[in-house]
Design a protein around this ligand. Sequence first.
Ligand SMILES: [Zn+2]
Length: 458
Amino acid sequence: MNSLLLTGGRVVDPANKFDAIADVLILEGKISAIGQKLSAPTGVKVFDAKGKIVAPGLIDLHVHLREPGQTAKENIATGTAAAARGGFTSVVCMPNTSPAIDSASTVAFIHECSAREGLVNVFVSGAITKGIAGEEMAPIGGLKNAGVVAITDDGHCVQNNDLMRRACEYANMFGLPVMDHCQDYSLVTDGVMHEGYWSTVLGLRGWPAAGEEAIVARNILLAELTGTKIHCQHLSAAGSVRLIREAKKRGVLISGEACPHHFTLTDAAVAGSEKFWAQDGKILAATQPGGLPQWPAYDTNFKMNPPLRTAADREAILEGLADGTIEILCSDHAPHCDYEKEVEFDYAPFGITGLETELALSLMQLVHTKRISLAELIAKYTVNPAKLLNLDKGTLSIGADADVTVFDAEAEWIFRRENSASKSKNNPFFGWRLKGQPAATIVGGKKVFVEQPELATV
Ligand SMILES: [Zn+2]
């Protein structure tokens, strides 16, 4: 049942530097052979991948599944269904649930629940501090024993530098990477969007880029001091990219990730679609020949943390992705209910869903614009996150788990609210024409999602 022959696709496996038209034979959940004209053993079904890309199963290391405690927004079943639909075979869930993932029993609960209800592999990140309150260290050794792959207080940021230092030292003892949502509370206070021209025009409180950059700089210093690998989450500001580029050159154990909304949109989008398309969206407008998607000013689906920033910041993130400063792509999939988002901008929660749009947006902004190669993009979604988190995933090596993503890099489709598998619909890209579409998501040799073209054609 967990066997399959994928024929005629372009197999791109950056971990093995493999890029050629080939067949992939999966037997009993493992990659069994890759080569020309493979034949299917009796009883093994054939999937025609001609014209499509066959990649190692994509990994998103920054996803909010909202379980336990916030299942009105999302749960493990719906969150992993959205992952499968987006082409992802593995996700790492964030610990800012209710209760927070700061104990071995909560980790065990998620492992059990995802084994029962999850469509894709769910890896768990544990909290740095108890209750993500930033005051007292969580039991990091116990979390490691329970199977977490990293620690982070994502959604929050440990402000006390000494506490962060000690947490890094503990994490290092247990071989765990530390991931950090970089936000200096004293600089950001109650900012709701990027501090700049548009926050002034719109009369909204600003969240300055320095509020992120200060903590990125802090993390570089602590990575040097403690020898612990620190990974800076969802980078949004040019200064953060510059700091990480310089630190990596010196060999500091620091890394970063970027999300498609930060390298596609800008803060002008908060002023409404007209302002966005007329200014920062000019180049992107060409990708929307059927008409430009419309949205009003103060649309809370453009409110996220960190916020959308300027066109110069967007360009810096794209450059950081192109020159290898930023090695990892992810969504920061952050579902919220309609009733929570349908309030004044100030009162809406931060965050948007992203699992179903990130592959297409990344292809559009990075590969179709020729900033990076297809193999480089796939590496940022497979071998690079696997390496950071020491996961035995992200490759099509013989004998590896048969997690495979098949996608059409050229297919155009329109992302529609009714076709989203997530429980929440807080996404700014509904109505957008996207280029690049998952065709099949295969986890352990089993197809967990197959695109039905009639559902999502242009
Ligand atoms: Zn975050």
